[in-house]
Design a protein around this ligand. Structure first.
Ligand SMILES: Cc1ncc(COP(=O)(O)O)c(C=O)c1O
Length: 380
């Protein structure tokens, strides 16, 4: 299979240092993002608010709103910026606060940060949490759908499961959720940047992603898409001076939220990270997420083929509908943590999760990286 690289290795200088197959943990960062973050931080350190004045602070998320809107085919009004996916999901969960007598549907294999905010709210409101049972890090979407009923307030899933890389059909879940007047809330941390997402077309109600995985951005910045019908309905769980529609008004005796998703922005943060994330999202969008998705799938196919030849048991789904480039493999009789450690010592970065090894190639990888990883596995 002919596979021409889709990015210039100079855009990811670290990609030459080792065989990096670990985007599901932390991706390599696009060098343009790194540069923007360092420049911003240096200017702040050396000039305080001389350049970063009140007008600049009010407008600081503009680039990221535009970049995320471009990525999700949304409007800038539909995007809120936060420091982490967990923070945005938490603020949203408290805003929705499903009541006693209603339920929240998810899976028991979801990443904890996707579910913990709802568990915390449930302790307060007494709503029910219903989890589809996963087997071998796979949850059958029909089992999720079977749990949804007229008492369901929220269906909350991770678009791509962090462990086995299973991908859900968002449109299908949205349809069922909406048939029961429930919201579909999606954690896209393991998909945004690697899997095409048209948020309005999928009809999701909210979609959150961190920046440091498949978007090739930094820690410290995350975004949320909020569907227009919810924007003037929700009282965010986290509020601060920026929550008021005119943030420099600074009257503490009342708070009036903007009528957009930006009511979920509430305070200061590591602003340089938001500026950097905008750069990496625009870079990813310029390369094209459809193209990245297809390229990464080829890398995953090569990896799966090679791993099978080495008698590894592939846990990740390998079909058109559910596959991503997260490849989880079990090596019978071998300790995954030890394999990950030995591969790291041999210059191959992967993660050990549960009882398997997780490989997660991304756009900066090439066929040679997959061959290198397989050769080093042979050495073990
Ligand atoms: C699906 C998913 N959601 C959220 C997170 C954590 O996001 P954050 O660090 O931005 O809170 C992770 C991290 O692995 C994840 O895999």
């Amino acid at each position: 299979m002919q596979m021409n690289p889709i990015v210039d290795p100079k855009d990811f200088p670290a990609s030459g240092k080792c065989t990096y197959l670990n985007a599901a943990n932390v991706s390599l960062m696009y060098q343009g993002a790194e540069k923007a973050i360092i420049e911003w931080q240096k200017d702040l350190a050396e000039n305080g608010s001389i350049n970063f004045d009140e007008a600049a602070e009010a407008a600081v998320f503009g680039d990221l709103h535009r970049a995320a809107a471009r990525l999700f085919n949304a409007r800038t009004e539909d995007i809120a910026v936060g420091s982490s996916a967990t923070e945005l999901i938490s603020s949203l969960a408290w805003a929705v606060a499903p009541e006693s007598g209603t339920n929240v549907v998810s899976t028991d294999i979801v990443f904890p940060s996707t579910l913990y905010p709802w568990l915390r709210v449930a302790r307060h409101t007494n709503c029910e949490i219903r989890l589809a049972e996963g087997h071998n890090s796979y949850a059958d979407p029909d089992d999720v759908i079977r749990l949804i009923d007229d008492r369901t307030a929220v269906v909350c899933v991770s678009h791509v499961e962090y462990s086995g890389g299973q991908r859900y059909d968002l449109r299908e879940l949205a349809q069922v959720a909406h048939d029961h007047n429930a919201l579909l809330v999606v954690d896209a941390t393991q998909s945004a940047g690697a899997v095409p997402i048209d948020a309005p077309a999928c009809d999701v109600d909210a979609l959150v992603t961190a920046g440091y995985k498949w978007l090739c951005g930094p820690f410290g910045a995350a975004v949320m898409y909020l569907a227009p019908h919810l924007q003037d309905q929700l009282d965010p769980g986290l509020v601060g001076f920026r929550s008021h529609k005119d943030m420099w008004d600074l009257q503490a005796d009342r708070v009036e939220f903007p009528a957009t998703a930006q009511r979920f922005e509430y305070s200061t943060m590591a602003f340089g990270c938001a500026i950097g994330l905008a750069r990496s999202i625009n870079y990813i969008a310029d390369v094209g997420v459809e193209r990245i998705f297809s390229y990464n799938k080829h890398l995953a196919d090569l990896l799966i083929e090679g791993l099978k030849e080495r008698n590894a048991e592939i846990i990740s789904p390998h079909n058109e509908k559910e596959q991503t480039s997260i490849v989880a493999a079990r090596f019978p009789g071998k300790d995954p943590a030890q394999i990950a450690r030995k591969l790291k010592a041999a210059g191959v970065m992967v993660s050990a999760r549960k009882d398997f090894v997780r490989f997660s190639p991304h756009l900066y990888n090439q066929r040679a990286d997959i061959e290198q990883a397989l050769d080093r596995i042979d050495d073990l």
